[in-house]
Every structure is written in C-alpha cells, then in structure tokens.
Design a protein around this ligand. Structure first.
Ligand SMILES: [Zn+2]
Ligand SMILES: [Zn+2]
Length: 393
C-alpha cells in the first residue's frame, strides 16, 4: 500500500456488536473445513437466541433452526464462513482488525456474511415468522466443496427447505444497494487436465521420438476455437489453460516423454457445460492422434452455475424493495463461481448481491487489500430478515 486507506463508512451505533464481531472474525480467518473458532462462535450465538443448533455437518458447518407455529413452510438462509490462503497486505496500523494469522485472510467478505446472518437470526428469534427458518452456516465455499459435503451429509433431508437464499457482497455497488436478478448469476466452475504422452528423445534427434511439446502448442492454439467456433456465440463460456508442465529448464536438449496441461472451464447452462467437457477432450484426443501420441483427459466437475429461480427471485426482490436504498433488477453475471449452486439445485433458490461500496484502493474480491464494508451490515441484516418473512408468508 503506497497511500493510507480512506476511512471506510461505518454502520450505525446500534450495530456496534455485529461490527465488533465482524472485525474479530476478520482478525481470525480460518480456511475451509478449519472454521472451528468461527463455527463455535456462531453456534454459541444461535444457542443464546434459543434456536435448535446442529453442529458438525460437513465438519465445521452449523445449522440453526427457528420454528414457530402457524405455518408449514421452511426456508434456508445460507452464509459462508471461510477465509482464503493468502496474505493480507494492510497491517494493523491502518486496519486494527487486520488478519492476525500469516497467510490467511478474509479477502472475500465471508466475515461480513456470517455476522449479517447472525444479526438476522437475532431479529427473527425475537419475533418469529410462522413456519421454519434454517440458518445454514456453510464451511469451505472457496473451492473446497463445503456445500456439496453438507448436501451429501443430508442437509436437505434433515432440514427440508421450500426455498433457499444466498447473498454475496459486491464492490462497486453502494453499501445499501442490492442486485436481484432471475436467471444465471454465476458460472459453473470446473477443472480439466490433459496429459499428452509421446516418446522422449534427444532434442537434436526429434525423429527418433514423438514430441509432445509441439503437440501441446497445437492443442493450446486450438483451445480457444471451442468458445470461438463451437459454442453458440450468444452463450457465454470461458476455457482457460492455467498450468503447463513440460521438461526441465536445466535440460534444454531433452524432449520429454509427456506434458501436462490443465485449466478451468466456465459456462452458464448445463448444455454449454457438457459441450465444454466434450470439446476439450475431443481436441486433446484429436491433436494426439494427429501427432501420433496419446492423450489422457479428465474433466472434473466442481460447481454448477448459479441460476436464480424466478419465484425465489421475486421473493428476494420483494424483501430488497423494503430495505435497500436502491435495487438493480439487471446485473451482469460473473464468471466467478459459488457453490451455493449446489443448494440451489436442491430447492428453488436465489443468490443476491449486496453493495460493498467503492473498491477502495482498487481492492476487489480475493485481493490482498480487500475488506468487507461494515456500512453494508444494516441492509444485509434487514434483507435476510425480510426474505425469511416473505418466503414464509
Ligand atoms: Zn471468494
Ligand atoms: Zn465469496
């Protein structure tokens, strides 16, 4: 940081408890499936409100259940708790709540997500709506598969939900501004790996082997033709090669036996997702055949796209209309992913954005300078409360 950060806007004094907890969580970040301290705080707070508390789902997951007579519908409200394995670039002199754990930081604002849902639990427990509210505190959203594991361990059998909701902070929107949009909001996030197997040989005698490095060049050159020439131009898709391993920089006269390449694939529909899986493999096998070598191909499905259900989106929008300073009903989808998609596949769901204010010092999600904006807490708490009431009405 070359310049001091401008002071972030604060939340009103009645939110001081939640702000203090948010900063405490920020100072003590925990990685996916290691959120023991965070989960213990969450469970203790939910218990103090008189909720049924279930710990240990997906290891560190916590579900708090609030039941009130007069209704038989149930709604799931999901917050994520994990931090990222990266250093925080802003120290305690500028940010007194900076991470105290080297190499770990809340760079995605999940500290804020956790406290906003706790704040809503407090309000709903004080005046429960008829029906059932499940407060789902999920571990390991950042690529470690927390949502999938919660579902595999019976989340929706034990806590059936008629609708499920998620919220993420979004820099660039004002802290009291929300975006609530039906349809695709986040892309699928899958990994692919290709091994091109040739026959290694002396770099001066390529005719005595089968060179996988040259084949890799052709593969990488053809890779972008999948999005450019195969996928419908009106359907967004991304294919990126992000890792290449071949040979040894200390052996520049050796053609290696094999090269490994891998990357990510993103889409917003199941059809395009299937297409990317098939086409990357077709290209790898086709290039291998052309060069007289072999290819191994693996496509690893990580998370499906987040596609907001129209009815759940209307519930979310009705709640936002009552509490947000402004609401956007159109908002460009992000090529990032969120495993809330796994919950949305089990029940009609909606995932909304809540503003995080301007990107201070240009810091966006997963940046070493990022911080959740405490001024967004009042809107987030009020929206969670409102969406629970609207879903159960
Ligand atoms: Zn993130
Ligand atoms: Zn996140």
């Amino acid at each position: 940081m070359t310049q001091p950060l401008p002071p972030a806007p604060d939340a009103p004094p009645e939110f001081a408890d939640l702000v203090a907890l948010r900063r405490d969580l920020h100072a003590h970040p925990e990685l996916g499936f290691e959120e023991h301290r965070t989960a213990a705080i969450v469970a203790e707070r939910l218990r103090a409100l008189g909720l049924e508390v279930h710990e240990g789902l997906a290891g560190t997951g916590v579900v708090g259940t609030l039941r009130a007579p007069g209704g038989n519908r149930a709604v799931g409200l999901r917050a994520d708790m994990d931090a990222l394995a990266m250093p925080e670039a802003v120290g305690p002199e500028l940010r007194p709540w900076a991470s105290t754990v080297p190499g770990k930081m809340h760079a995605c604002g999940h500290d804020g997500h956790t406290v906003m849902l706790l704040g809503a639990a407090e309000r709903l427990a004080a005046d429960p709506p008829p029906g059932t509210v499940h407060f789902i505190f999920q571990p390991a959203e950042e690529g470690r598969g927390g949502a999938k594991r919660m579902v595999e361990e019976g989340l929706f059998e034990r806590f059936p939900c008629d609708m499920v909701f998620g919220l993420h902070n979004m820099p660039g929107l004002a802290p009291d501004e929300m975006a609530v949009v039906a349809g695709p909001q986040l892309a699928s996030s899958d990994s692919w790996k290709v091994v091109l197997r040739g026959v290694g040989t002396h770099g001066a005698k390529p005719h005595l082997g089968r060179d996988p490095v040259t084949a890799l060049g052709a593969f990488l050159g053809g890779l972008q033709s999948i999005v450019g020439r195969v996928v419908d131009p009106l359907q967004p898709a991304v294919v990126s090669a992000c890792s290449v391993q071949a040979g040894d920089p200390r052996a520049l006269n050796v053609i290696p036996d094999e090269v490994q390449v891998g990357g990510t694939a993103r889409a917003y529909t199941p059809e395009v997702r299937d297409q990317l899986e098939a086409e990357i493999g077709r290209l790898a096998n086709g290039i291998a055949a052309a060069y007289g070598i072999e290819a191994d191909y693996a496509f690893i499905r990580r998370i499906p796209p987040v596609v907001n259900d129209p009815a759940a989106t209307e519930v979310a929008a009705a709640a936002a209309a009552g509490v947000a300073g402004a609401m956007r009903r159109e908002f460009a989808p992000s090529t990032a992913g969120d495993d809330f998609a796994v919950f949305g596949a089990e029940a009609p769901g909606c995932y909304v954005w809540l503003g995080n204010g301007p990107a201070r010092d240009g810091a966006l999600h997963h940046n070493t300078g990022y911080d959740f904006c405490d001024a967004a807490i009042p809107t987030g708490v009020a929206w969670w409360e409102g969406v629970a009431r609207a879903a159960l009405a």
